[in-house]
Structures are given as structure tokens and as C-alpha cells.
Write a protein that binds this ligand. Structure first.
Ligand code: UFG
Length: 323
């Protein structure tokens, strides 16, 4: 039997797909390459298909699918504010198509790439999974209603899911075979590394008047390989326990935008210009995970700290920019 990895040619999907194959699982990567890269999908079989299309049934007919890891989604907070329909259609409506086909073929295990953006501006940090969900941007809202659809699906029976609410995925594969490569890039660490490598003149800090000690937004950065190992633990949980669950996935430590810039300067040994810009719409002040639930229930532990995250990202950055 195989695991279907939607979005397995993208950033987090490809790292998890590689880890699954290394752990002995057989996978089929399904990706329409609108964001992903075919050479990121070199483990398992690759199928070029959109998970929202009617062609999806043929994939379920062809392969004996045991479960689905669903990474395929749009994930830019800023873009979602500009184009909400794009996010609700792909992230929510197209996921209903996937769930429908899974039901038809009796596939009963599902892992959702959810997000800390479902919490909005949390009442308390670190954030526990039981806090009220009040997303402040369309991206977070699209994942929130997808979680609700999964909850209802599981209530019907013969279907279990794990929703993993990622905090800020960062860092890259240590072998540099795959890495973070968005077009356009909007994420903080790769943009700061662009400034370090001289691809841009400066890095802008979006807002210095947030309710944080240095006035810049605080996020919980987690290495993409730690995310990958959490997916394997979650899949084993679904196989063993026959129940559904929701877990935060973060390191449990917060770093401000300024602290990230400082760490990038330290790791790269480069200096560059830092500018202050206006706030970016849709950004909460602080997102830090309380990740004790996943540690306790799945026995998962993150291995990599911020310095390791930035070092791995810098190695990849140097590789892709030297070509
Ligand atoms: N930032 C800057 N300058 C930049 C880019 C980003 O100051 O040039 C700031 C942002 O305003 C934010 C922080 O850096 O405060 C992190 O921004 P990212 O774009 O790297 O990440 P986000 O926190 O916006 O979003 C990421 C994922 C989302 C996920 C969220 C959960 O992209 O999918 O983490 O914490 F929902």
C-alpha cells in the first residue's frame, strides 16, 4: 500500500516525502506543479494532477492508497488578503473533492497541513490547541473551515484525521537536495538571506509598533525536517489508534523579526541594510506554540534550534544562488 502525498513537490511536502521514503514507506506524490518542482519529487512515484480535478479518481483507481498526507494548498497570508476566493477555493473547496474521492475508495486516514493562522491574535501565548479559533486572514480562515469539514467527516465514522497546525516552517534539507524556493518569495528568512547574499539591497521590517518587547512580530520557527518527523509520528498514530486529533507543531520558542535578522547576520557573517516599513495586513503580534500535546501524545520532539534552521537555509541559499 502507498501513502498519497499531495503537494509533495512543494517545500514542506517534499521534505516529508523524502523522510517517509527514508523510513521505508512507499509514496505517490500528487502535485500540479503550480508551486512545486518536479525535481523535488524524486522519492516515490510522481503524478502531475490537481487534487481538485476529476482526474483524481484515476489516481485512486491506479494505486492502492492507505492514507493521504495533504500538503497541497496556497499558504501566503499576504496574498490571501488580496485574493480570498483563491484561498477558499483551493484550500477548502478542493479539499472537499479529495475527501469525496477518499470516501468513494474507502481511504480512511488523512493528515491536514493546518496552520497557526487559525488562532488569529491569540488570547494567551504559548497557544494551546483548545484556544478559541479566530483567524484574522483568509488563509487562516480557509484552514479553519477545512478542519471543521474534517471534524464532521470523522463524526460520520470510518474516517480519521490528524490536523497539524504548523507554526513557521523554515530551514532546509541538510543534504541540500531540496529546499525553500517560493516564487515570489514572501517569507522572512529566505528574504533576509537574499539581502545577505546581495540579491537585494536591504530587508524591510514590516512594522515596529506591535505589542512585543522590540515592537516587531514574534513567531515560532520550526525546522522543516522536524515537521517531517511529526508527520510520520502522526501517521503511525492514525494507523495504531483509530481516532482523530489536532496538534500544534512548533518549537515553543518565539523570535522577533529583529532577532531573526540578527541570527542571519551571525550565521552568514554578512552585514546588510535593514529598513523599517509599514505593517503588512493580516499579521498577528505573537504566535508561539504550546507543543506539549504532540510531545506527550505522539512522543515527538523537535531536534533543531534557530541557529541550525538558519544555517541549513543559508547552505541551500548559497547552492541555488551559485547556479
Ligand atoms: N516579515 C518582515 N519582512 C519581510 C517578510 C516578513 O518583516 O520581508 C515579517 C512578517 O511581517 C511576519 C514575520 O516576518 O511578522 C514572518 O513572516 P513570514 O511571511 O515569514 O511568515 P508568516 O508568519 O506571515 O506566515 C507563516 C506561513 C503561514 C503560517 C504562519 C503561521 O507562511 O502559512 O507562518 O505562523 F500560517
Amino acid at each position: 500500500m502507498v501513502i498519497l502525498v499531495t503537494g509533495g513537490a512543494g517545500y514542506i511536502g517534499s521534505h516529508t516525502n523524502k523522510a517517509l521514503n527514508k523510513a521505508g514507506y512507499e509514496t505517490v506524490v500528487l502535485d500540479n506543479l503550480c508551486k512545486g518542482y518536479e525535481n523535488f519529487a524524486k522519492w516515490g512515484e510522481f503524478v502531475n494532477c490537481d487534487f481538485g480535478s476529476s482526474d483524481l479518481r484515476e489516481v485512486f483507481e491506479k494505486y492502492d492508497i492507505d492514507g493521504v498526507l495533504h500538503f497541497a494548498a496556497f499558504s501566503s497570508v499576504a496574498e490571501s488578503v488580496e485574493l480570498p476566493q483563491k484561498y477558499f477555493k483551493n484550500n477548502y473547496k478542493n479539499t472537499l473533492n479529495l475527501l469525496k474521492v477518499m470516501r468513494e475508495f474507502g481511504v480512511d486516514k488523512f493528515i491536514l497541513s493546518s496552520t497557526a493562522a487559525v488562532y488569529g491574535n491569540p488570547e494567551k501565548v504559548p497557544i494551546t490547541e483548545d484556544q478559541e479559533l479566530k483567524p484574522i486572514n483568509p488563509y487562516g480562515h480557509s484552514k479553519w473551515i477545512t478542519e471543521k469539514a474534517l471534524e464532521r467527516e470523522a463524526e460520520k465514522g470510518n474516517f480519521n484525521y490528524v490536523s497539524l497546525r504548523y507554526f513557521n516552517a523554515a530551514g532546509c534539507d541538510f543534504d541540500c537536495e531540496i529546499g525553500e524556493l517560493h516564487d515570489p518569495e514572501t517569507h522572512l528568512i529566505p528574504l533576509v538571506l537574499d539581502a545577505a547574499i546581495g540579491k537585494r539591497d536591504s530587508i524591510s521590517i514590516f512594522g515596529t509598533d506591535y505589542n512585543t518587547p522590540d515592537g516587531t512580530c514574534i513567531r515560532d520557527y520550526i525546522h522543516v525536517n522536524d515537521l517531517a518527523s511529526a508527520h510520520i509520528a502522526a501517521y503511525e498514530y492514525l494507523c495504531d489508534k483509530n481516532t482523530s486529533n489536532i496538534f500544534n507543531l512548533g518549537n515553543g520558542e518565539g523570535y522577533s523579526v529583529r532577532e531573526i535578522i540578527d541570527m542571519c547576520k551571525k550565521v552568514t557573517g554578512k552585514d546588510f541594510k535593514v529598513e523599517i516599513a509599514d505593517r503588512r495586513e493580516g499579521d498577528p503580534d505573537i504566535l508561539i506554540a504550546d507543543a506539549s500535546k504532540i510531545r506527550n501524545e505522539l512522543g515527538w520532539q523537535p531536534k533543531y534550534d534557530l541557529e541550525c534552521i538558519v544555517s541549513s537555509a543559508w547552505k541551500w541559499h548559497q547552492k541555488i544562488n551559485s547556479i
